[in-house]
Structures are given as C-alpha cells and as structure tokens.
Design a protein around this ligand. Structure first.
Ligand code: ADP
Ligand code: MG
Length: 701
C-alpha cells in the first residue's frame, strides 16, 4: 500500500510489450484479472486511460473542513479501531489530527486497514465530510512516505480507471504508476515527429504521465488534447488509406451514363426533388469513372432513396452488368423487390428476388441465369454476396442500412479481381463530424427535403393519462378511412418480455369499445418472416387497421394511408429512433399525427427531450441533440461503423482537432501510401494492431 519509490525502479527498463505480470506487485494471478480488461502488455496499461478524475487537490486544515465538498487534510493517525458489526462485517474507524482539530473517518468492511493506518502514521485523507455525523465515510487516503508530489490515491487529481473483479482502484493506480516508470519513455509514438512538432504536441511520455496522474487541470487538458489528436489521426489514417486504395486500384468498371435511367425517371409518377436529382447526378458521375464508387446516400425515411438507387441500377443494367440490392431483413428485401419492380419492370429492367420464400427450383433457375451473366437486378438480404450465388458481371452493389457493409465483402471480391461500385442507403442522419470521423473514406450525398405533395405532419407529446384521448383520436382517423401504428418499446428485443408487452397492448386495444369495429394486428421480433410478411401485407391492403409493433426496422413499410403513429414509453427511445418512427407516417397526401406518449416514469428531463421532437423536424439536428445528450461515451461509431470506439477524443468537443488530424493524415498518405518509411514504422504498427481488418486491402500486413 506504499507509494512506489521511483528511484530503485528508474533503472529497470522494460520493453513496453512485456506482459503486465512482470510489473512489480502484479504477478500471474492478478495478470489474469488485468487481461479481462484487455490489458495484456505494460503498454496496454498505459493506454488504459482513466474514465474521470476526482479533484481532491484542495488541502485545508481540519478545522476548516466543510461538509459536502471534496477536501484534503494532512495529519497523523491518532486512534484506530477495528469494529465488528452485528452482521459480522469488519469495519474500521480512525481519527486523524493536524493540530487544528480531529477528523473521524469510517471505513465500511475494511478492517484490514488496521495494518496500514496504525496510530502515529502520517496520512493524506481526501473526502467529503458528512453534514450530520461530521465524519468521512470511506475517504480516499494515502500513507505519506516520500513527498506529497508522489501521491497517487489522495490529495491530487485522482484518476478513476475502469476496473474488474480482482483489480482494485488502488491496485490499478499503483500498477499504472509502475508501468509509467518502467516504459513511458520507450513507447513508440505513432504520430510522426514532424507532425507532432508542427501541431505543437507535447511528447507522448509526458502526455501518458499526465493523463493518468495530472499535476493540474491544465496539464490534464494538454495531455488529453495530445492523445485525442493521436487517436483521431490514426482513425483518419484508416480513412485515407482506404480511400486511396480504392482510387489507386483503378479496377472499377467505368459505366457510361445511358438513356435508360432518363427514361425510367421520365416515367415516374412524380418529379424528383432537387436533393434527389443532386444525388442521382453524384452517383452517375461516380459510375462513369473507372474508380469504384463508395457512396453513402443519407436521407430520412420516406425521402425517396430507393428511386436514386433504381436510377443507378438502370445505368449498370443498360451497360450489360448485374446489380445486387441488399436489405437488412427478408421482409424488407421482399418489399424492396416489389417497390423497385413497380417502376423498373415497365422500363424493361428485370427485378429478381432471392429470399427465403424462393423455392429450390426458382433458386436454381435464377442462379443459372445469373451465372450466365444475364444483366438482372437481384434483390436479397445482406447474405446475398456471402451465399454461393455467382454474379460474374456484378458491377454495382446497393446496400440498405448497413453502413460498413462491404469491408470484408469487398476484400473477397477484390481478390477475385472485381471491385463493384457500392452505394449505401441510410436513414440514419449522421452529423457531419461523425461522417468525417467514421466514414471519411466514403463520399456522401444527402437528401434533406421531403417530397412535395405530402400532408402536414404534426407531433404531439403527452402522458399516459391522456391515453383515452389518443384512442378517441385514433377512432376518428380510422372512421375517416385512415390507419394507425402503435409502437411499444422492445424491453428485451426478440425476447419474451417484448412479446408480452406487445401482446398486452393488442389486448388493450382490441377490447376497447371505440375500436371494436377495427382489426388490430401484431408484429414483433419473435414472429417468423412469413407471419410478419402476412401481417404487413394485410396492413398494406388495409385489412388490418391498427398495427401494434415492437421492432423498429420491420416497420420499414410504406403505407401512405397510415396517418397516426403512437409511440408508447417514448422516453425509452433515442431521438433519432423516434424521428425514424415518425417518418412512417406523413407519407401520403393526408395530414398525419405522431403522438409520443411518455411512460409513468417520465422525468422532467425526459419530457424536455421529447419536446425537442415536437419543435424540430430536422433529422440531423435531432441526431446532434441526441449525441450531445448522450455525451462522450461514443458507442455510436462502433455500432454504425464497425470500427473500435474512441477512448479520449470526443467528437463534439474535438471537431477542430478532427479536421487537423484529417489534414495530417492526407499529407502522410500522400507521401508514403504504404507507410514504408522508417519514421512511419510506429504508425504502421499501431494501425495494424488496431485496425487490421479495416485495412485489409489498404496495408499489406
Ligand atoms: P426511403 O428513402 O425511405 O427509402 P422510398 O424510396 O421508399 O423512401 O420512398 C418513399 C415513397 O415516396 C415511395 O412510395 C416513393 O415512390 C415516393 N417518392 C420518392 N420520391 C418521390 C418524389 N420526389 N415525390 C413524391 N413521391 C416520391
Ligand atoms: Mg428505404
């Protein structure tokens, strides 16, 4: 429990890749616990940045202690007593005096501290004084051996690291301290020296020391900025390298823009919006180049992305190539096949679907036509390319809602010598900073405007107590010939609870006297694809009037006659999700209403969040609000992009840093695309260690 004395350790140099087990005080048993946190080498420990820092750096005299503030005193242990509670727990109490007064401290369940905090010992104690019993419970403390500058556990900005069973906060801090002493100077800096100098970054060793044990808030911020830059720079290196490899391979097929797409466009029963036209033009220009397209089309639900995809497909088909259109689920695949066929078939583009519903003989026939290279638009799930379907003339893959689709698939295809153009469609409004951070290797087209000619869409926020009025309104809409969605949150997606929540909602609606005339259907995550399809088709045909649903994605259904969306326990959804749900109505000419019903546990803050929904219709603004509310725990990138999450960088605060990192990454890739120069070796190694899969095509391992 003593502060490590640095003198005897400074001479022991470790390789940063040495296993943590060999650090003083760790050993094989605790090493297993560290490994549970992914901390295998000593360098990993250095990169295990604290989650937060407690400011226990305010020293006061005991007589000046005030309740409710984190304060630190220095004094001597006077009395110490191990106590046994009635429950058998061993507690420990001490008093500490500094000449101005006496402080009582109580440690629950830590009678073993008697060995450390015995009378006469000098200690630093940091904690909050309880206003009632005027003592500190479980304060942070540290026995003083050297000078106060060497404190780790109290009387400073105290780091709080993520822990696991078998590693205590104190044990972690001590291990990190030893790790810093042993290898901080030896850790290779992934940021090339020239860039570090140009950006005015502090040396890596200094930043590593200060991120764990900062001497001041300013030193912490400097360290954080330095490490955040490093992190963003590496991520941008990945983006640039990937962008580069696609550009350089030059193996894309240049597809001339023919007349077929224009004919399809002219035959549409509506005019494209300006944003749709711009996206169509972006895609056509990409296709015409010999470099494979990799473009993301972002547009709200109902903004009309499918038509953009269809026009792209028309160019490829006219040029004699095959096109694959992939959806996240079977049900959506079938729905896409149907809606594509509506405009494609009259123009002579054959849409073939390959789903679970296809019979063996249908499959066989289609497979042989595809193998013969017939130019078809084939629609299926994301498994389409992984299945043993042979698509010898595939020139364009269109992917719905899978942002990182194609990293692996493209690697597979590239080895076969083809790199199809890839068009990804998404209804997730990705704010610009996130686009750059996670999708900087892709080009982006945004469809913001909703097609004209659609009815007004009104949003209401209300509490559960208003449910009778909601039903009243529903009955009126149904009587006017319209339809309604009711969404209940998936408490446990695909699980029994979800089903029960949905079923009880169906019961409640079916037994409601005002709804007696109407059919209430049910759609939940546990149903078989066929059952789901049947319900959705019945809803589409107007045979089911109210559809109760749990899973958000399956509601990817286009029913312009649905004018009411009721979302229950709405506070359980993210704003972006609510926005997507809202997008299921307002698709036809009629006025639509979306009602967010707060659950019984709705807090004032939750209500305020829902009110944001009422006042803004801009999906991008909502996404930004959502991410600001959720703070820096940036899981988003991991989920949507399939890349590891950021540890220190916070894309909200660090936008300027991101732009600098991007610029620096461009310079490096421009000069040394394979990172073969000696000064780039640490960068290369660091990238391969973290992003091997994402870089499969870009960097030879
Ligand atoms: P999403 O972007 O959600 O995939 P869809 O492509 O399914 O949207 O389009 C939703 C509906 O709007 C479809 O019925 C489609 O035919 C129609 N649509 C698309 N573009 C327009 C437009 N410019 N004007 C009117 N309706 C349109
Ligand atoms: Mg769609």
């Amino acid at each position: 429990m003593s502060a490590p004395s640095r003198g005897d350790r400074a001479s022991r140099h470790f390789d940063p890749r040495t296993r943590v087990q060999f650090l003083p005080g760790v050993g094989p048993n605790r090493a297993v616990a560290f490994e549970r946190l992914g901390l295998v080498s000593i360098e990993h420990l250095l990169r295990h940045y604290p989650r937060q820092w407690l400011d226990a750096s305010r020293f006061v005299a005991v007589k000046d202690l005030k309740p409710g503030e984190l304060l630190t005193v220095v004094g001597e242990v006077k009395h110490a007593a191990a106590l046994r509670t009635r429950g058998g727990r061993g507690d420990f109490a001490v008093t500490v005096t500094d000449g101005t007064g006496t402080l009582s401290c109580y440690f629950f369940g830590q009678s073993f501290l008697a060995r450390t905090l015995s009378p006469g010992v000098r200690v630093v104690v940091s904690g909050e004084l309880d206003p009632i019993d005027r003592r500190m419970s479980n304060p942070m403390f540290e026995v003083i051996e050297g000078d106060l500058e060497q404190l780790l556990h109290a009387g400073r900005l105290v780091p709080v690291h993520a822990l696991t069973k078998g590693v205590t906060a104190r044990g972690m801090r001590t291990a990190v301290r030893h790790a810093l002493d042993a290898v901080a100077e030896q850790v290779a800096d992934p940021v090339p020296a020239e860039i570090a100098a140009a950006r005015g970054l502090v040396p890596l060793a200094e930043a590593l020391r200060a991120i764990h044990f900062p001497d001041s808030a300013a030193a912490l911020e400097t360290a954080r900025t330095r490490l955040a830059f490093e992190e963003l720079f590496q991520l941008q290196m990945v983006m640039e390298l990937r962008r580069r490899v696609l550009a350089e391979q030059g193996r894309g097929l240049a597809i001339a823009n023919g007349a077929l797409a224009s004919r399809v466009e002219a035959s549409l029963p509506f005019a494209l919006t300006a944003d749709q036209k711009a996206a169509v033009a972006d895609v056509a220009a990409d296709l015409a180049r010999p470099r494979p397209m990799h473009r993301l089309v972002i547009g709200d639900v109902g903004s009309g992305k499918t038509v953009v995809a269809l026009l792209a497909a028309a160019h490829a088909i006219e040029a004699g190539h095959q096109v694959a259109f992939m959806a996240p689920t079977e049900v959506l695949a079938r729905q896409h096949a149907a809606s594509l066929a509506r405009f494609a078939t009259p123009a002579g583009i054959e849409v073939a679907s390959l789903t679970g519903a296809s019979t063996t003989s249908q499959r066989r026939l289609l497979a042989s036509r595809l193998a013969a290279g017939e130019p078809l638009l084939v629609v299926g799930t994301h498994a389409l390319l992984e299945e043993k379907v042979n698509l010898p003339t595939l020139a364009l893959s269109i992917v719905d809602e899978q942002h990182r689709f194609g990293v692996k698939q493209r690697a597979v295809l590239a080895k076969k010598g083809v790199l199809p153009h890839v068009l990804v469609l998404t209804a997730t409004p990705i704010p610009r900073t996130l686009q750059l951070a996670w999708f900087g290797d892709l080009d982006v087209s945004v469809i913001r405007a909703r097609p004209v000619g659609r009815g007004r869409l009104v949003t209401r926020v209300t509490g559960e107590e208003k449910f009778p009025q909601v039903i009243d309104f529903m009955a009126q809409e149904l009587a006017a010939g319209r339809q309604a969605f009711v969404v209940v949150p998936a408490i446990e997606e695909g699980g029994r609870l979800e089903v029960r929540a949905a079923e009880s909602e169906v019961q409640r609606l079916r037994s409601h006297p005002l709804l007696a005339r109407w059919n209430v259907g049910l759609l939940h995550g546990r149903m078989k694809p066929d059952e789901k399809l049947a319900v959705m088709q019945a809803f589409q045909k107007g045979e089911v009037h109210v559809l109760v649903a749990t899973t958000v994605i399956e509601v990817g259904i286009d029913v312009p006659n649905a004018t009411l969306m009721v979302v229950e326990n709405a506070e359980r959804f993210g704003l972006t999700q609510l926005h997507q749900l809202r997008g299921r109505v307002g698709r036809g000419e009629h006025r639509s209403v979306c009602v967010f019903v707060g659950g019984p546990m709705l807090t004032a803050g939750g209500r305020e969040r829902l009110e944001v929904m009422r006042t803004t219709e801009d999906g991008f603004a909502l996404a930004e609000a959502d991410m600001k509310l959720r703070g820096p725990g940036e899981m988003w990138g991991t989920r949507q992009s399939g890349l590891p999450r950021l540890k220190v960088a916070n894309l909200w605060r660090d936008e300027a840093l991101l732009m600098q990192a991007r610029e620096s990454a461009r310079v490096v890739v421009g000069e040394d695309a394979q990172l073969m120069r000696a000064e780039h070796a640490p960068l290369r190694a660091a990238l391969l260690a973290q992003y091997a899969e994402a870089l499969e095509l870009a960097l030879a391992g």
